[in-house]
Design a protein around this ligand. Structure first.
Ligand SMILES: [Zn+2]
Length: 174
């Protein structure tokens, strides 16, 4: 099972991870994830305008991200066609999460800080976040925060989960 770590430890891991993936120190992290998506074990699906990835720093098992390929910050700047395509990818993600992990609920959210923060980015992305608890722990304010801890996977765990989700997605598209 992936383990939950505290926010301070997660921030350290995140900056270590960032040094590995960024081309330049000021590169947008979401742009870097998109750039590396095709060689990454976390890639679940991709379309013309977006990628669907397993979030390695999520708050629950199976926390996924739909990320716009282009660095666009505001929803209206995407245009409806691109926005609709990204939401369709998020919808497919909810189908496979339901099938593979059977969460109690799936939250969908477009968040992102207006200025880049250590764990929040303005580049358009959609969180697809399965929730397994049905009590207080399932409250959005709790789920969409790192304060209650961050889930981290060992590489093999992430690869195994990504592979299950990828297979389910591929089967659903046939
Ligand atoms: Zn970006």
């Amino acid at each position: 099972m992936p383990r939950t770590i505290e926010k301070s430890e997660a921030l350290e891991l995140l900056s270590e991870n960032r040094r590995k993936i960024l081309e330049r120190e000021d590169e947008c992290v979401m742009c870097a994830l998109v750039r590396r998506a095709s060689q990454s074990a976390e890639l679940l699906a991709e379309t013309e305008h977006g990628v669907l990835l397993l979030d390695r720093f999520g708050t629950r098992e199976g926390h996924l991200l739909v990320i716009a390929r282009e660095h666009v910050e505001d929803t209206p700047s995407l245009g409806w066609e691109v926005y609709a395509e990204l939401q369709r990818l998020a919808y497919r993600a909810t189908e496979v999460l339901t099938e593979v992990l059977a969460p109690a609920r799936i939250f969908l959210a477009v968040l992102g800080a207006s200025n880049a923060l250590p764990m929040s980015f303005p580049h358009f992305h959609i969180h697809v976040l399965p929730v397994y608890d049905t009590d207080e722990r399932a409250r959005p304010a709790h789920i969409f925060s790192w304060s209650a801890g961050v889930l981290v996977y060992e590489d093999e765990e992430a690869e195994a989960l990504a592979s299950r989700l990828r297979q389910a997605l591929a089967a659903a598209t046939r």
